[in-house]
Design a protein around this ligand. Structure first.
Ligand code: NAD
Ligand code: FES
Length: 289
């Protein structure tokens, strides 16, 4: 079998899986903020994933994947000892770490995974790092303990109030700022509506910062244009110039629209895959009868 060996695989939360994969060159070269593009098999689509952690000694990289379509459903079937066909990276720009001072990092749902290495690098760069981690419910919260070990203070929220403060990450940011804390920079990673809302709240409190964007990507090398986003009225290619951009300049409405371009095809692909699985099961049951 050829490809990249999955050293360990485990489920972190509902539809969220963690993998340590053998990829020595990426493990050595990767810096916070960068991502990889992978293909599970030779009929597979290419999907971008942020590298959450690397271990250059063991040559392994840590990936966290949320089931969101056909490919990620296939990914979730992979177990320790399985292989991933292609892994290309590290791609994109590393986070330009500055001494921002009083940093707030905001992670929404599985967006907390790409945020963790950025928080670590910012802390190592001399910043005071505060974090807000939000999820729809307690069962979907990930990595909160790791944020606790990295950051100066972590506040957790859930939409349904099953853990931490009840409400959105932006509610927590608002009430944090209302107590008089002045954040001098902010970095938000998560679903597009969350980053758009974070931009608005950060704007209200005069906080400059970045959003790590997740547009559709194909080649990852700046050739196909699939990942284009508009930032401060200029077209940018997230795969080579990003994925992080000025949060106050991003056209989030356009990003949301572009990300929905293939939603019908994605649903059809999932339906088709489920139907094939069902047909296989029926064949199997009939063969046994
Ligand atoms: P989700 O929809 O469960 O939201 C997670 C949290 O974000 C919520 O609990 C809430 O606190 C906050 N949030 C969501 N909508 C908000 C709004 N309108 N206003 C204020 N806060 C809001 O998130 P999920 O299901 O874990 O995330 C899935 C999405 O995240 C996918 O679309 C995926 O593509 C995206 N994602 C983005 C990145 C990135 O790099 N930006 C990385 C991974 C995943
Ligand atoms: Fe093709 Fe960025 S993914 S240009």
């Amino acid at each position: 079998m050829s490809g990249y060996l999955i050293h360990s695989a485990r489920q972190l939360a509902d539809k969220i899986y963690e993998y340590w994969v053998e990829a020595p060159r990426i493990a050595t070269k990767h810096a916070a903020g960068q991502f990889i593009i992978l293909r599970l098999h030779d009929h597979g689509e290419r999907i971008p994933l942020t590298v959450v952690e690397t271990n250059p000694q063991s040559g392994q990289i840590r990936l966290i994947v949320q089931v969101a379509g056909k490919t990620t459903e296939e990914f979730a079937q992979l177990k320790t000892g399985d292989f991933i066909l292609d892994l290309v990276g590290p791609l994109g720009q590393a986070t330009h770490i500055h001494n921002w001072g009083n940093l707030i990092v905001i992670g929404g749902g599985v967006g907390s995974a790409p945020l963790l290495p950025i928080a670590k690098a910012a802390k190592a760069g001399g910043n005071k790092v505060h974090a807000i981690i939000g999820a729809r419910s307690k069962d979907l919260l990930i990595l909160t303990e790791e944020f606790e070990t990295v950051c100066d203070e972590v506040r957790v929220c859930t939409d349904d109030g099953t853990f931490g403060t009840k409400g959105f990450v932006t509610d927590v940011l608002n009430s944090w700022c209302e107590t008089g804390t002045r954040f001098t920079y902010g970095i938000a990673v998560g679903p597009v509506p969350m980053m758009r809302a974070a931009a608005k709240t950060m704007g209200q409190w005069g906080i400059p910062g970045l959003a790590s964007l997740n547009p559709i990507m194909l080649d990852g090398t700046g050739m196909c244009g699939a990942c284009r986003v508009t930032v401060n009225n200029v077209t940018r290619f997230a795969c080579v110039e990003g994925p992080e951009f000025d949060i106050h300049g991003v056209d989030f409405n356009e990003l949301m629209m572009r990300n929905r371009s293939y939603i019908n095809e994605e649903h059809e692909a999932v339906e088709h895959a489920h139907q094939c699985q069902l047909n296989e099961m029926i064949k199997h049951v009939r063969a046994e009868a």
